[in-house]
Design a protein. Sequence first.
Length: 74
Amino acid sequence: MSSTYQGNAPLIETPELLTSAVKELDDELAKVPNNKKKWFATALERAPELCDVVFKLKHLRYELFNVEVSKTNV
């Protein structure tokens, strides 16, 4: 089940939604070939504390929990 928001109703951020969305984003990022995510590897190496769940949630919120779009902007 995708956590992607697809509607006009207000999005209620439940703990389940947040956990599911971050896991889905992590799963999608894992599918991206390493040569296509050098930027993310560099960020993890230089400042891993800035690539945490809070960072990922900021991107997910900005894209209304659309994981496909968020993974390209992380």
